[in-house]
Design a binder for this molecule. Structure first.
Ligand code: AMP
Length: 597
């Protein structure tokens, strides 16, 4: 297909899109040809994600191209070229060697978006140890749990994060040998050390060891509805998917200035905040500050951002404000906007057209898939409210389960079912750490069952319906109700807790807890506030409930499991559905809110 007619058709595009003809690209796609677009380690020593993302460019004239522009909260700016990232990641890899960290060992990162976190992530992968990011708004409990489950050997963090969230529990993490603080110049002790000092002293030269494409690269924790968080294992060959989706779903070109607003504590922030843009040799903006509408528009204008990847919660926050971005800011360089993480309301797509002069392209994926699976592409009409169509090489379907547990593909359009993917793409998770059984349960009859419910229309577009489980998405972050319930139950006044997500027009869902008290505790406003504070201190602002309601009884199955589905139905005034498994005491004593005294 000719580029010119498409250019005319899509007036806002200023470069030839990478994906000109979706059907043709899908039909001719092969993983082998994709592999040829990346280099592989020299002398056939395998495939290392960071060689593809950084060293490959640093070995050419692109060495001096700006890779990351870091915008400090206070207005400071630090620029890093591909050559700088090459050196800094080499230095970090040498530090790991010096500390006896071995291939496969887990190196954790826990900090706000600071350059040292990026050096650590890249250096860890070069070294063939495993990078495991933690979200800096987690409280001590989720952090402690994940450090333990992931067998953390070394932690890169800041003094404040360490003192507030890790130091007190350190003695219960015997595997954690070293803590490197990114914001202090002097060592604190033999095992709490200054990262800037170590980086300064380390050699900038490093040879990446032979790396098997199947070597573990990232460990990403994600929440389940029951039990502990799950550590999804990703391998170096995920880089193929990061590269391919960067090319087709984000339409990255080397000259782009790209801004992914996701935090590297979550998978979007690593796959699309680090790997994909660097693989394409683009300039990435990293803003240390949190959301601020004016600041964000100023960033887009000042940095002349061309491709912007953000999230529905942020878009809805922008939509709420009385700003006219197109008139008040020069966004003329912006040519492509994409969004992920939660359903993107159709109004947001329309708002994008009106206020940014560009539609917003929704795409879908999850921690386990490691990369974008379904997307709206620059050269295809957007169907507002739809997640789009699968990437070349990705087979997605709507399936339904029969009584015997087997699944069958739904052939008719517009029928709701489980969104399923045919396994085999390179960034697919390779397991849940230490939990093979849970991993195997995700696969049925040759399909990976995503846990999302969706529909597919007659033209192959997928439409998100909801989660098939009780997982909560709040401000784009996944929260497992079990984690919240467990934390609340540590309070002496709490007998039982049931946690659900209630719809919110801005952040998607708000975490709400229903609490039954342990006598002699009585409901009161003071106790409600105490519980909110208690949960927040333990879990952190990203996970803690924002709403707490006292109940006499929580609905439970006869086996004692709290029926969150019922809590939710009652909260939203929806039909209660099948209640045949409901514990009889509860059936007699229907759930009644208890007024706070
Ligand atoms: P996470 O593993 O934290 O990245 O969360 C993945 C989940 O977020 C998916 O399973 C969906 O439930 C939800 N999600 C991601 N992208 C979208 C989207 N475009 N539309 C609706 N839900 C989404």
């Amino acid at each position: 297909m000719e580029w010119a007619p498409i250019h005319k058709q899509l007036g806002q595009l200023t470069v030839a899109p990478n994906l000109l003809d979706y059907e043709a690209a899908r039909a001719s796609f092969s993983w082998e040809s994709l592999h040829r677009e990346l280099s592989g380690l020299p002398a056939g020593r395998g495939l290392n994600l960071v060689y593809e993302a950084v060293d490959r460019h640093a070995n050419t004239l692109w060495r001096n191209h700006l890779a990351i522009r870091w915008l400090g909260r206070d207005g400071a700016v630090r620029d890093f070229t591909y050559g700088d990232l090459h050196e800094q990641s080499n230095r970090f890899a040498n530090i790991l060697d010096a500390f006896g960290i071995c291939k496969g060992d887990r190196v954790f990162g826990l900090s706000e978006r600071i350059p040292e976190l990026y050096f650590a992530a890249l250096g860890t992968l070069k070294h063939t140890s495993v990078f495991c990011p933690l979200f800096s708004a987690f409280g001590p409990e989720p952090i402690h749990q994940r450090l333990g489950l992931g067998d953390a050997k070394l932690l890169v963090t800041t003094q404040r994060q360490y003192e507030r969230k890790v130091a007190q529990l350190r003695s219960t993490l015997p595997e954690l040998k070293f803590v490197l603080l990114a914001d202090i110049g002097e060592d604190v002790s033999d095992d709490v050390l200054s990262l800037p000092r170590l980086l300064n002293e380390a050699s900038p030269c490093y040879t990446i060891p032979a790396t098997d494409p199947e070597d573990m690269a990232f460990l990403h924790f994600t929440s389940g509805t029951t039990g502990m968080p799950k550590g999804a294992i990703h391998v170096h060959s995920a880089v193929y998917m990061h590269y391919m989706t960067g090319k087709y779903a984000l339409d990255l070109h080397p000259e782009d200035v790209y801004w992914c607003t996701a935090d590297p504590g979550w998978v979007t922030g690593t796959s699309y905040g680090i790997s994909a843009p660097l693989c394409h040799g683009v300039t990435s903006i990293v803003d240390e500050a949190e959301f601020d509408a004016e600041r964000w528009y100023q960033n887009l204008e000042r940095e002349q951002v061309t491709v912007w990847y953000t999230a529905p919660t942020a878009i809805r926050r922008l939509m709420r404000l009385d700003l006219e971005p197109r008139k008040q800011f020069d966004l003329s360089r912006l040519r492509f906007v994409a969004s992920v993480g939660e359903p993107l309301n159709p109004e947001a797509v329309v708002w994008g057209m009106e206020k940014l002069g560009l539609p917003i392209h929704d795409n879908w994926w999850q921690t386990e898939t490691g990369g974008i699976m379904i997307a709206n592409y620059p050269t295809m009409d957007i169907r507002p409210g739809s997640m789009g169509r699968p990437l070349p090489g990705i087979e997605a379907a709507i399936v339904q389960r029969s009584e015997d547990g087997s699944v069958s593909v739904v052939e008719e359009p517009n029928v709701q079912g489980d969104l399923a993917l045919r396994p085999g793409w390179p960034s697919m998770f390779r397991g849940y750490l230490h939990d093979e059984e849970r991993y195997q349960k995700c696969f049925v009859d040759g399909w990976y069952i995503t846990g999302d419910l969706a529909e597919q229309d007659e033209d192959g577009y997928f439409w998100f319906i909801g989660r098939a489980d009780d997982i909560i998405k709040t401000a784009g972050h996944m929260v497992g109700p079990f984690e919240v319930e467990s934390a609340l139950m540590e309070h002496p006044a709490v007998a039982e807790a049931g946690v659900i997500g209630v719809p919110d027009p801005i952040i998607g869902q708000i975490v709400k807890a229903f609490v039954a008290l342990r006598p002699p505790a009585q409901p009161s406003e003071a106790l409600r506030l105490e519980l909110l504070g208690f949960a927040r201190q333990r879990l952190g602002s990203a996970v803690a409930p924002k709403l707490i309601e006292f109940e006499d009884n929580l609905p439970k199955t006869r086996s004692g499991k709290i029926m969150r589905r019922l809590l939710k139905a009652r909260e939203l005034g929806l039909p209660e559905g099948d209640v045949s498994t409901l514990e009889s005491a509860e059936t007699e004593n229907r759930l009644r809110p208890v007024a706070a005294a």
